[in-house]
Each structure stands twice: as C-alpha cells, then as structure tokens.
Design a protein around this ligand. Structure first.
Ligand SMILES: *[C@@H]1O[C@H](CO)[C@@H](O)[C@H](O)[C@H]1NC(C)=O
Length: 277
C-alpha cells in the first residue's frame, strides 16, 4: 500500500475531525504523563495544520471582505466538513455550506464512496451536497476513500496478519510525519520526542499505537473509541483491507460497540502492562 497517500489521508481526516469536535473536555482526564503529552501535542498539531488541510480539501473560500478581517474572525470558528466560515452583516463569523469544492487533480483517492455506494468527486463534494440537501442526503455518509468498487471478501489469513500490518502502518505514518516540519503538517516537538523513544524500543510500534489511539479518541476523550471516532481510519483502510470491519469487531471483546485502550492494545498484540504504562 502507498504510505505517503495514506499519510495525507490520515492528516486530512484527523484534522477535519479534530476541528469538528474541538471541545473543552479534551483537556481533562488523560491521567498518565506520556499520554497527556501525546494528546496535547496532537491537539496543537490539528490546529496548526488546519489552514493547509482546508485548502487541500477545498473548504476554504476566497473571502469577499478584507482578507485579514475574515481570516482573523474565522480563525476562532472551525466549521464542519462541507461548510466554511463567512462574515455576516454585523461582522460576526458563521458557518454555511461551501459554494464549490476546488477541483482535485484526478487522484482516484480523492474520490470517496458513500454508504449509498455512490462515488463523489471528493470528500468535500459529498459533505457540500449533504449540507445543501440535508433531507435528501440524510443517509449518505462517507463509507471509504476511493471510488466505489466491488469489495473483496475478508479471508482468514489476512485477518490473522492484520494487527502486524496495522502496527507497521502506524509506525510508518509516525516516522513519515516526523520527517516533516509542523508547517508541512508534520509532528510537533513533543510528538517527535515520542517518536524517537518509540524507535529505540524493542516493540517500536507500541508508542505509535498509543499515539494513534489518542489521535482518534477525541469526541469525547474517554479512553474508548466509538464507531464515529473509528470511522476515518476505517474509511482509509477499507478499500485496501477487506478485513477492516472483521478486525474492528474482533477487538471489541466485550461487545459494547466501543474499543477501550485495553482492547485496542490487546488486539494489536500488547499485554496489559505494555498498554497501561
Ligand atoms: C457499488 O458500486 C460499484 C461500482 O459502480 C459496483 O461495482 C458494486 O457492485 C456496487 N456494490 C454494491 C454492493 O452495490
């Protein structure tokens, strides 16, 4: 699979989601020092990357008012996917549907397949249309990245080796991001340290697993991943990995539709001590 492509998708989705669910609750909880460090780092990562990502995904509009005025006011108002920030007559910022999505360069992975098995030009276009036609498109959600296709069956051998592939993937993503500056959407200083420590360990993928978990555990940050928190990762993996759903289900050992940090670590091949350090 192509890591650089996956990295870009990972960033886009993580940032869109993080900005969507920005909440004060995020600062709470995380009891252990390293976890808190990684989480905090991720939050700042999300916000510095916002502008870049929005322009990639076409959410950003050319404002009609003075550019500085709009940028300043809209900086404090992150809009959900498919919406962008405008300034009303009284000078207050508000979110509304984007008028158009910037055309992409024909990369098939920019396209997305919806839950209704319809291919959209981009994630921006799917969310833009949902925003414009909320009633008609109520049931249309992002299913996976790339054009709709016939899904292969998950074969047991692929399911058995799934955790190894995921571990390698997270490790590679983190390494790749550590090679980029923050402006380019890479890791910040704290995350970079976390990544260095990871490389020196006998299981170098252990910290990336934590990093990825807390990267997703944002709405709310409660040490459990819900279906909607897992959605962006699922949407990236599914077109390449037909066993994605079977794997996620296999992690949820108590069948509560949530993946706890312990369940996550366990199904990735860590023991309890390695998970809660
Ligand atoms: C979804 O769409 C693709 C491409 O048009 C098609 O090949 C596939 O069979 C469809 N899948 C389902 C479940 O309808």
């Amino acid at each position: 699979m192509s890591f650089s492509r996956v990295v870009i998708l990972l960033c886009v989705v993580a940032v869109v989601l993080a900005s969507k669910h920005k909440s004060k609750h995020q600062q709470m909880k995380a009891s252990r020092h390293e976890m808190r460090g990684a989480k905090k780092a991720l939050e700042s990562l999300s916000y510095t990357k916002e502008e870049q990502i929005y322009s990639i995904d076409g959410y950003k509009e050319e404002p009609e008012e003075s550019i500085n005025d709009v940028t300043d006011k809209c900086n404090t108002l992150p809009c959900p996917p498919g919406e962008t920030c405008y300034i009303d007559r009284d000078g207050a910022p508000y979110c509304d549907c984007v008028e158009f999505c910037i055309e992409e360069d024909g990369d098939p992975f920019i396209q997305v397949c919806s839950t209704g098995n319809v291919t959209y030009r981009s994630q921006c276009e799917l969310y833009r249309l949902r925003c414009v036609n909320p009633r008609e498109m109520d049931a249309e959600h992002l299913d996976y990245f790339g054009p709709c296709k016939i899904m292969e069956q998950c074969n047991p051998a692929d399911l058995a080796t799934f955790p190894q592939r995921m571990r390698t993937w997270f490790l590679e993503v983190m390494k790749e991001l550590s090679g980029l500056t923050e402006e380019q959407g890479g890791l910040d200083e704290e995350e970079r340290e976390f990544e260095k420590l990871a490389e020196a360990e006998t299981k170098p993928w252990r910290r990336p697993l934590h990093w990825k978990f807390f990267n997703m555990d944002i709405a709310p940050n409660d040490f459990h991943l819900s279906e909607s928190e897992l959605m962006p990762m699922r949407a990236q993996l599914l077109p390449m990995e037909p066993c994605t759903d079977a794997f996620i289900a296999s992690c949820d050992t108590n069948d509560d539709d949530l993946i706890s940090i312990v369940e996550w670590g366990t199904c990735m091949g860590l023991n309890e001590e390695e998970i809660l350090y």
